[in-house]
Design a protein around this ligand. Sequence first.
Ligand code: FE2
Length: 227
Amino acid sequence: MTTATTHRHDLYAHIHKALRLAMCETLQQLGRMDIDDPLDLGASLGQLDALLDAARHHVEKENTFLHPAIEARRAGASAAIEAEHEEHLDSIATLRAEAAALRAMPSPAAAQRLYRRFAGFVAHNFEHMAVEESRHNQALWAAYTDDELHALHGRILASIGPREMSEVLRWMIPALTPAERAELIGGLPPEVKGPVMDSARALLNDAAWNKLSRAMGQPSVPGLVEA
Ligand SMILES: [Fe+2]
């Protein structure tokens, strides 16, 4: 038996799963980074840069679309989280500067400092996202119908460019459950479904890929017709 609220449209659920996965993997990558290996250093700091870009875009989307919607019907309800977003943007700038300094002059001390600062950023973001998923969702669900929230979601998606979208999907596809993944990809326009399925193949293990293929009604190995 589920409660009515579990069926409400949750604007935060999928993107926050993607961000949590990206943050966990990037933190692990920074923790094991070999600063004496230029390839590993470059790839690790490149992943951090991409994560920080995604985190900045996410803050901007929430500030542009979600907070005005909350404030329009629940004045003041997004103020605390909006203030934390300013802190996040400052932290992102500091992390970028430290990563650039490490790239220019690698040292164990600088690598450890960056790893620990990023761990603190991740910890704070996890608590922040939990508040959004509880308090902000409560405000949105109390003030808006699901049809209105679907329309708002559509406006957010329409504001995301193709490059940013493929960055998001790179983390979102492996972060979701098989059912969520199939629903997300099944709802895409036909012209993007093919390329997204191609990248899903590279991101998923065989079991997850087989479930997705079945849900999409296609053979799991292209060219093979399953019995
Ligand atoms: Fe946020």
